[in-house]
Write a protein that binds this ligand. Structure first.
Ligand code: SF4
Length: 336
């Protein structure tokens, strides 16, 4: 995505800020796309995730959205429309808790029934259609052009969302009909690896799982302002980082420091002795926390020349909300 570019889809605008909660409504799907990016853990399984958190009860999604200060939700799967009742409950919970302006987009690989669409009015703001790849060659002879008009008439913002595969240019005739057209860079996954290999595809580079050539296949779309090409690196470096920063800012303790990458830093005193605990009496109790045998504390205190802690101490960098630890750095005082 070019700097300063504003995507046509409001769902994409919110996602770019890292303010979209991704609601994976089910891993079940009636299609079997060769490029399907779902992982082995999710594909075909009727499980629900809000971001990376598996939820057992649907109302848990409200807590996850609150924790990240979400402004919207992208409902995906699998095929979310296989679970229309669940979809209605989830969207209803989010709209009730966060208000009508909370923006919800739905991604679907099937043609929604009119009865399903009618039930989603007021709950879903934006619909992203993913037509099956075997229809792309004759897309204007399918029901998709009239479906797009029908969906718009019902008040939804309507667009297409597909991966950039070699035949994508066949969808160009749909471009004038839609409000937005989202293209995802094709990505290698654990379940589609054999299909990628059989087509002779390889990675763009060693740091991302994007497929070489994917940007090129979409080049005829890229000058249109309705088109948003979402690269693998953009998802990692901007969307994910912005989402982590939002979660970190909302869940940090007073003494946790949020980094530019969205991780948090804090200091640890391990098995502090009596003298160490004595030093703490000079520190605001809100700036440390006793956690079993450890004391977590603002990391800057470990470098404070006047506070000569004696115990083992180190700085921890980890993902927010008790996420995985990225790095542990021992701290030595001068003279040690
Ligand atoms: S429609 Fe989506 S979830 Fe279903 S098989 Fe295709 S890519 Fe996978």
């Amino acid at each position: 995505m070019k700097p300063g570019f504003i995507p046509s889809s409001k769902g994409c605008q919110i996602c770019r800020e890292g303010a979209t909660m991704v609601l994976f409504l089910t891993g079940e799907c009636s299609r079997d796309c060769w490029y399907c990016p779902l992982s082995r853990e999710r594909k075909g399984k009727d499980i629900v995730f809000a971001n990376d958190t598996q939820v057992k009860e649907l109302d848990e999604i409200v807590k996850v959205a609150e924790m990240m200060g979400a402004l919207g939700t992208g409902i995906t799967g699998g095929e979310a429309l296989l679970k229309v009742d669940r979809l209605k409950i989830a969207a209803g919970l989010l709209k009730t808790n966060f208000g009508k302006s909370y923006y919800i987009h739905l991604y679907t690989g099937i043609i929604p029934l009119e009865s399903a669409l009618n039930q989603l009015i007021g709950l879903i703001d934006e619909i992203r259609l993913h037509p099956p790849a075997d229809l792309w060659a004759d897309i204007m002879d399918t029901t998709y052009p009239s479906l797009i008009c029908e969906i718009r008439k019902k008040g939804f913002s309507i667009g297409i969302e597909v991966p950039s595969i070699p035949s994508i240019r066949k969808l160009l005739p749909l471009l004038p009909l839609v409000d937005f057209f989202n293209i995802n860079e094709l990505e290698w996954g654990d379940q589609n690896a054999d299909e990628m290999r059989s087509r002779g595809f390889s990675f763009v580079n060693r740091t991302h799982n994007a497929i070489e050539g994917s940007l090129e296949w979409s080049k005829e779309f890229l000058s249109d302002s309705k088109v948003n090409f979402c690269s693998s690196s953009f998802k990692d470096s901007v969307q994910l980082r912005n989402r982590l920063i939002r979660v970190a800012e909302r869940t940090r303790r007073l003494f946790d420091t949020v980094t530019d990458d969205g991780t948090i830093l804090y200091g640890v005193l391990e098995n502090p002795c009596e003298e160490d605990r004595g030093i703490l009496s000079d520190i605001d109790p809100e700036l440390y926390e006793i956690c079993g045998d450890e004391i977590h504390i603002g990391y800057w205190y470990l470098y404070d020349a006047e506070k000569k802690f004696l115990c083992k101490r180190y700085i921890v960098e980890r993902y927010p909300n008790e996420g995985i630890i990225v790095e542990v750095t021992p701290v030595l005082c001068s003279g040690q």
